[in-house]
Every structure is written in C-alpha cells, then in structure tokens.
Write a protein that binds this ligand. Structure first.
Ligand SMILES: *[C@@H]1O[C@H](CO)[C@@H](O)[C@H](O)[C@H]1NC(C)=O
Ligand SMILES: *[C@@H]1O[C@H](CO)[C@@H](O)[C@H](O)[C@H]1NC(C)=O
Ligand SMILES: *[C@@H]1O[C@H](CO)[C@@H](O)[C@H](O)[C@H]1NC(C)=O
Length: 187
C-alpha cells in the first residue's frame, strides 16, 4: 500500500515536472492601458417617497419582502434596475455626461455582494458610444474589479477592467461609485 502511494506520488511529480518544462514559468506580463477614464455614477433607490429623484427601483424581492425597502439578510434576492446619471466628478448635481443603465442583483446570503450588469451610455463631444460592464461586486471590499466586456461607437471592440469603489453611501437610498476604467484593447 505504502509503496503504491509513493509510486503515485512519484508519477504525479514526474507529470508535474514534464508539464513545467513545456510551460516554463514566465514573468507576469505588464500590461499598459490604451485608454483610461475615471467617472462617477449616482444611484438613488426608490423608497416609496422619493419618486421625483429616484434613479433606480427594486424590481425583484424574495418572498416576504417588497419592492419598496431592500430585504433583510443582506438584501439577498433583491434585483434593482437603474438609470443613473454619470458625472466627471463626485457631485450629484454636476452636469451628467451620460447614463449608467442596467441592473444589480444581491447574491450572497451572509454578506453584501452583488452581480453587476450594466452599460455606460456616453454622448458628449469627447465620447460617444457605450461601454459594457459585467462582474461580481464584493461590496464590502474597498476596491473591486469588474470586466469591461465590450463597447460601441468610440469604444468599438474595446475591452478592459474597471475598478469600482464606493465613494459615498447614505443609508439605503443613495450611493455613488467611483469607476476607474482601463482599456487594454482599443481599436
Ligand atoms: C429631490 O432633489 C431635489 C434637488 O436636489 C431636492 O431639493 C429634493 O428635496 C429632493 N426630493 C426628494 C423627495 O428627495
Ligand atoms: C415593505 O417592507 C418593509 C419591511 O421590510 C415594511 O416596513 C414596509 O411597510 C413594506 N412596504 C409595503 C408597501 O408593503
Ligand atoms: C446625443 O446628443 C445629441 C446632441 O445633444 C443628440 O442630438 C443625439 O440624439 C444624442 N444621441 C443619443 C444616442 O442619445
């Protein structure tokens, strides 16, 4: 038995050795972004009283919860659709340069996390087009990376990574995200 075990260990070691000679450890490639944008967007969640200013709405809630107040248990099961203004600085009242549209889904039962799927729709003299984002957002972590999976217009065939950071948070009604977009593929 022992002998067999050591034989298996040896053969596994040999397989590992042969693999590592085929794929020698390469130093990690340093990528440089071909385009870089820093933007903010502002989410005001409808709470039954702020219809005039709200930019997002709960459209899905777990059994027992409703579409006015985010559910307990880390909002697990809530789905929120948003149409949020994008600004160049952190001021909600700055002139918007576009809209962030899409949804987030609270998807962990024992902490705050969400799934993000949204687009930036930009229509300014500098940028016209859309940028598409997808990814897991561990909300309690200071900076989170999500994928920039594509784009249109000025962002035709662009891909990269966006680092998001919660820049402000007011109860369960308002939050602001700082979005640092680095494109590694541009056309
Ligand atoms: C909506 O926004 C305006 C302007 O920022 C503010 O004066 C008003 O109090 C807000 N209303 C609600 C219901 O939040
Ligand atoms: C929604 O649920 C909250 C508790 O989570 C409750 O306080 C509120 O009254 C409910 N609103 C409606 C419109 O049912
Ligand atoms: C972009 O802005 C221009 C000028 O304000 C407007 O004519 C055009 O319809 C807008 N395009 C989109 C896609 O919103």
């Amino acid at each position: 038995m022992e002998k067999m075990k050591s034989r298996i260990t040896l053969s596994l070691f040999l397989v590992f050795l042969s693999m590592s000679s085929v794929h020698p450890m390469k130093p990690k490639k340093q990528y440089k972004p071909c385009k870089h944008l820093v933007l903010y967007f502002h989410d005001i969640i409808y709470n039954g009283k702020n219809a005039a200013n709200a930019t997002s709405a709960i459209v899905g809630a777990p059994e027992g919860a409703n579409a006015t107040i985010l559910a307990g248990q880390f909002h697990f099961g809530n789905v929120v659709v948003f149409d949020d203004p994008i600004t160049l600085d952190n001021n909600l009242h700055s002139a918007p340069i576009g809209r962030a549209q899409g949804l987030y889904i609270y998807d962990t039962k024992n902490t705050y996390t969400s799934w993000l799927g949204f687009a930036f729709l930009l229509n300014t003299t500098d940028y016209q087009g859309t940028i598409i984002f997808n990814g897991a957002d561990p909300i309690m972590v200071k900076t989170r990376d999500i994928a920039v999976v594509g784009g249109t217009g000025d962002f035709f065939m662009h891909r990269g990574v966006a680092t998001i950071m919660t820049d402000a948070f007011e109860g369960e009604v308002y939050f602001r995200l700082h979005v640092d977009i680095k494109f590694y593929e541009c056309w």
